[in-house]
Design a protein around this ligand. Structure first.
Ligand SMILES: CC(C)(COP(=O)(O)OP(=O)(O)OC[C@H]1O[C@@H](n2cnc3c(N)ncnc32)[C@H](O)[C@@H]1OP(=O)(O)O)[C@@H](O)C(=O)NCCC(=O)NCCS
Length: 108
């Protein structure tokens, strides 16, 4: 399902934290770490799908994801498409600053 997306888009899916470990920030840290990897790999935004009533939507909204139209996937039959709401987050442009640490560059 990832192939028809533009190469600038990283798709994140199937993130699961064990039920006994939820609510302690692990999901958020996993997301931020995945976003860092995606940004370093050259992606400009992240895309995920979430089911309508999934409380994970609150987490995604807090992390800066916004509901977007479901991307057109030419050639992919409707029955194979994910039945959720598409959410996307653009990554801020990272400027190359001589001598700046990655954290400083990321914050610019
Ligand atoms: C989504 C998930 C990975 C988050 O992991 P986590 O370690 O609990 O996440 P964090 O502790 O960083 O953040 C907690 C936030 O997750 C959201 N959340 C997700 N599921 C929730 C649930 N069942 N009950 C309450 N909040 C939930 C809330 O926004 C919550 O923060 P808030 O109460 O301040 O709004 C985890 O709930 C999970 O594995 N869910 C089941 C699988 C799933 O639905 N994955 C997403 C598929 S799109």
């Amino acid at each position: 399902m990832c192939a028809p997306l533009p190469p600038t888009t990283a798709q994140i899916h199937s993130l699961v934290v064990h039920p006994r470990a939820r609510g302690n920030g692990r999901g958020e840290r996993l997301f931020l770490s995945l976003e860092d990897e995606a940004r370093e790999a050259g992606h400009e935004n992240a895309l995920l799908y979430v089911l309508e009533g999934n409380p994970a939507r609150r987490l995604y909204a807090r992390l800066g994801y916004q509901v977007v139209p479901t991307p057109a996937l030419p050639g992919v039959p409707a029955m194979l498409r994910y039945p959720g709401i598409a959410m996307s987050k653009p990554f801020p442009a990272v400027l190359a600053i001589a001598g700046a640490t990655p954290d400083v560059a990321r914050a610019v």
